[in-house]
Design a protein around this ligand. Structure first.
Ligand SMILES: [Zn+2]
Length: 79
């Protein structure tokens, strides 16, 4: 059984982020911010959230690769 997924341009516009554990609202979080800051403040309820960098190391390394690839695409597009 094969499932085919159609990729659209909309998929590239998906904003990285996660749901706030306190208020449940979606927080858009730039990858750069996840990579370089150890805490975030929810824009909705102003709850400070510490990023567990050790537990998130694997996810962060994947995000870093995505970010790197995106910047490469952006650089190529601007030339
Ligand atoms: Zn919140």
């Amino acid at each position: 059984m094969e499932t085919k997924v159609t990729t659209t341009s909309q998929a590239q516009q998906r904003v990285p982020g996660f749901a706030c554990p306190r208020c449940g609202q979606f927080m858009p979080v730039p990858i750069q911010q996840l990579l370089h800051h150890s805490s975030l403040v929810c824009p909705w309820c102003h709850q400070r959230l510490n990023i567990d960098r050790h537990a998130s190391a694997k996810a962060l390394s994947i995000l870093a690769k995505v970010e790197e690839a995106q910047q490469r695409v952006n650089n190529a597009g601007s030339i």
